[in-house]
Design a protein around this ligand. Structure first.
Ligand code: 5AD
Ligand code: SF4
Ligand code: FES
Length: 381
């Protein structure tokens, strides 16, 4: 459609530059294996080089995963969390949010909506809790969603670190993808943004990702971009970490400060929001280039900074969107960061909005499909 082309040209107008791209940049981009130093250079791309990076990653996306975007209907199941990550608005130490747990009926209502609207999958996300009652509740929900949808809805979990027996129980009950963001792959930085204690152990978090792989899950991870103390060198390391771990899925987006968290005191040392967004886009593009057939989410945090953030992420390489199905009455209490979008829009409004956004990005929606990572399928014996 012509108007879509016009809109796209508008969105990307700011990225058109007249100066010619350097020849060495093109040579670098065509490499088949990138060193840490190469990735730092690519993350620093500006002007014509940056535009070229984005056209290259878009072409790779088209070639390896096509232009279908898959929906994962997201339910933010509970904001009760036993952890105290220094960046997160629902950390245990913040007494402001009213703590909630979505009821079983509400989750099943969301599942019904997902099914009726052709979303192939759901994501259940929650603060971290490991008590038996919670583990049983999640198992029951998984079972009921599978029954309700006759096995049609794929289910991703994002419930933090659990015992191996819990991961196994949930897998047996129908979850087949699991997300644990490493947040940063640099150990030192990890302990600057988390308490250094048993509950926030870097090695246990990495071990969790390996255990999930052994069990048979599609494994996802991710990082925040533009954290205090973070450099492009850290981010290049994150890209290599994803590749080394051979993840199937990645969700990453800009760090956005939250005033009721300990990291807020460093707000004046952060990159500007525009830079955080810009580097996030480059991270998505580079990840698509180095891990061609994985699933990459266009995350909500991208849209918190830039109104067209998610479309832009789709354009440069992302292929997954997580429309929010959490009942609206809970949304104000799941504010991990400031300016989170879609606080008042219910499931139908977000669906319409996202459909339009996806079409604007020139993609189409993979209705009624799980849309599992091609990378996972390829690795399986
Ligand atoms: N800014 C951006 N992302 C955040 N998350 C938590 N707090 C913030 C923040 N302040 C992300 C983390 C977590 C995911 C659920 O939300 O990466 O894994
Ligand atoms: Fe809890 Fe996750 Fe927030 Fe950390 S990031 S405090 S584990 S909800
Ligand atoms: Fe929720 Fe646009 S995605 S209103």
């Amino acid at each position: 459609m012509v108007w879509i082309d016009v809109l796209n040209r508008c969105i990307f107008a700011s990225e058109r530059h007249t100066e010619p791209m350097s020849e060495s940049f093109e040579t670098l981009l065509q490499k088949t294996d990138f060193s840490h130093a190469d990735l730092v250079t690519l993350l620093s791309a500006e002007g014509a080089d940056k535009t070229r990076l984005f056209t290259h990653s878009a072409a790779i996306k088209k070639l390896y995963v096509g232009n279908k975007v898959y929906f994962r209907g997201l339910v933010e199941l509970s904001n009760i969390c036993s952890k105290n990550c220094f960046y997160c608005g629902i950390r245990a130490g913040n007494s402001k949010p009213e703590r909630y747990m979505v009821t079983e009926d509400e989750v099943l209502e969301a599942a019904r909506f997902a099914l009726e609207n052709g979303y192939g999958s759901m994501v259940l996300q929650s603060g971290e809790r490991c008590d038996e009652r919670f583990v049983d509740t999640v198992s029951g929900l998984l079972h009921k969603i599978k029954v309700l949808s006759d096995g049609k809805l794929g289910i991703t979990l994002s419930m933090g670190e659990q015992k191996e027996s819990t991961y196994r129980e949930w897998f047996a009950n129908g979850a087949h993808r699991y997300l644990i963001r490493i947040e940063t792959s640099d150990r030192e930085l990890y302990y600057r943004i988390h308490p250094h204690d048993k509950k926030h152990d870097f090695d246990i978090r990495i071990q969790a990702l390996n255990t999930l792989r052994e069990i048979g899950y599609n494994v996802g991870s991710g990082v925040m971009i533009g954290l205090p103390f973070q450099t492009l060198e850290h981010l290049a390391g994150d890209l290599l970490f994803f590749r080394q771990l051979d993840v199937d899925m990645v969700g990453m987006g800009p760090y956005i400060e939250h005033e009721d968290t300990p990291l807020f005191e460093f707000k004046d040392q952060l990159w500007s929001r525009k830079t955080r967004f810009d580097v996030s886009l480059k991270m998505v593009a580079l990840l698509r280039i180095i891990m061609k057939d994985i699933n990459i989410a266009a995350t909500t945090a991208m849209q918190a900074i830039d109104k067209q953030g998610r479309e832009k992420a789709l354009k440069v390489g992302a292929n997954i969107i997580m429309p929010n199905l959490t009942p609206v009455k809970y949304r104000e209490d799941y504010l991990l960061y400031e300016d989170k979008p879609c606080l008042d829009e219910d499931a139908s409004e977000c669906r319409n909005c996202l459909e339009a956004r996806i079409h604007m990005a020139g993609d189409e929606i993979g209705f009624n499909e799980w849309g599992d990572s091609k990378h996972f399928a390829r690795r399986k014996p």
